[in-house]
Design a binder for this molecule. Structure first.
Ligand code: PLP
Ligand code: ZN
Length: 436
């Protein structure tokens, strides 16, 4: 491969700490190739690591001396050489959200803000950085994805940076910001007349016939490992401690399960002291197959047809749904859903209290956080982390008509003064108690 010596600081010497792929259901082991389904039981494959080797090599200090990106956790990621693609992904802010906490009645609330993740402003940059690094090692020259929007942005951008050919498949009804934020990188984009689940099915066939590296299909075991960094970073940013409770959005359920895996791994290799962490998941009511299975106490997820403004998490047939339910149950967490109106309120609440403009998925997370607090399902004293996974500039149509408008004035002082007075009057009216 031509890119092996691209960065002279790194060698292409093999220094992998992962041993291969392993079936999550029957434990069958495979070489670390581009495959994602077990040949015996059709269970999903996951990357397996040599944790003794990692524990012998990695310390808090060695991590802190690494790059200011997800690659500081390189030994926990499925790459074979140090020739990974580092576009500054990860190490996003973890902020103490005191004003939002006060509004909700919590004492120790943090926001993990992947709305400002690099390069395309969503958590998907994490999974794609890992998947394309591995794709290059496996010799793929064309990479592809089936996307609800953010994944298309990430795959197209990072493929452009790495000089890989790129093909993107999206449902044709995505938000304008998500489409523009993909085509700007000039990949081949196919807008499929169908929902995400239909796009995904089509892509499975294309992966078989064209031999491309689909980040979330045949490269899925590598891709999904990227989400573990959302767990590692929170531990490190909390001063090498685990939180008490996390709230994260669920689409396929992968992100949720990998934050859990990330927490467990850091305990296993001795980087952090173990403790119980509760895992709560958030879905939009218009696409809530995981939340309904959780509520009904079922061990299987019944697919639904999505209908919600939270398009980035609108997966009707979630691949990791049952694993997400299992984690929420065994950690004494919850999985809740909220309406589109509550999602918009959630977006506004986060913006007004913390100055963070998130997309619909983040609005879902904040609305579920609020719902869980009101139902007494989050203790006010718990150190709680809410994961904000995407940026509001990409889903502007969702809030159009639900937010304020600028005051229109002439370029004259008296026009400004009149408008200011009017706005004060309006504010006073809004605050007046309603008399009957
Ligand atoms: C893809 C996505 C998720 C969740 O993805 P999983 O399939 O559950 O891993 C959450 N938030 C945003 C903004 C996303 O784009
Ligand atoms: Zn199996």
């Amino acid at each position: 491969m031509t890119s092996a010596t691209q960065n002279s600081r790194y060698t292409s010497e093999k220094v992998s700490t992962f041993s291969g792929l392993k079936c999550k259901e029957c434990g069958a082991e495979y070489e670390a190739k581009a495959m994602h389904v077990c040949e015996f039981c059709f269970g999903p494959l996951e990357v397996a690591y040599d944790y003794e080797a990692i524990a012998a090599k990695v310390t808090r200090e060695s991590i802190q001396a690494g790059p200011n990106s997800i690659w500081r956790y390189r030994d926990f990621l499925p790459v074979e050489t140090d020739n990974y693609i580092d576009v500054g992904t990860g190490m996003t802010p973890l902020i103490k959200a005191s004003r939002l906490a006060r509004r909700l009645g919590l004492k120790n609330l943090y926001i993990k803000n992947d709305a400002v993740n690099m390069p395309t402003l969503s958590f998907k940059d994490r999974v794609v950085s890992v998947a394309l690094s591995r794709a290059r090692e496996l010799g793929f020259s064309t990479v592809a994805c089936a996307s609800t929007g953010n994944l298309a942005n990430s795959t197209a951008a990072i493929a452009a940076h790495a000089g890989l050919d790129c093909c993107v498949f999206i449902p044709s009804d995505l938000e304008a910001g998500k489409v523009l934020g993909t085509v700007i990188y000039a990949p081949k984009v196919f807008a499929v007349h169908g929902n995400y689940d239909q796009v995904n099915r089509l892509c499975s066939e294309v992966a078989n016939t064209h031999g491309w590296g689909f980040v979330n299909i045949n490269l899925r075991p590598y891709y999904s490992e990227g989400s573990k960094t959302l767990g590692y970073e929170v531990i490190e940013q909390l001063g090498w401690q685990l939180p008490d409770h996390i709230v994260a959005p669920l689409a396929s359920g992968s992100l949720f399960t990998k934050i859990y895996k990330g927490f467990q791994e850091f305990v296993k290799v001795g980087l952090v002291e173990g403790k119980d962490v509760r895992f709560s998941g958030a879905q939009a009511e218009g696409c809530s197959p995981i939340a309904s299975a959780f509520r009904d106490g079922r061990d299987f997820v019944t697919p639904v047809k999505p209908k919600t403004i939270a398009k980035s998490i609108a997966i009707g047939n979630p691949a990791d749904g049952i694993y997400a339910i299992d984690i929420a149950r065994k950690t004494n967490g919850n999985i809740e859903s909220v309406t589109d109106a509550e999602i918009i309120e959630g977006m506004k609440l986060l913006a007004e209290t913390e100055g963070i403009f998130t997309e619909t998925a983040g609005g879902t997370t904040i609305a579920v956080l609020k719902k869980l607090v009101e139902a007494g399902k989050i203790d006010p004293d718990e150190t709680t982390v809410a994961y904000i996974t995407g940026n509001g500039l990409k889903t502007q149509e969702a809030i159009q008509g639900y937010v304020g408008e600028p005051l229109q004035i002439e370029p004259k002082l008296n026009s400004f003064e009149r408008a200011l007075e009017r706005s004060h009057t309006l504010e006073r009216l809004e605050w007046q108690p309603v008399s009957v």
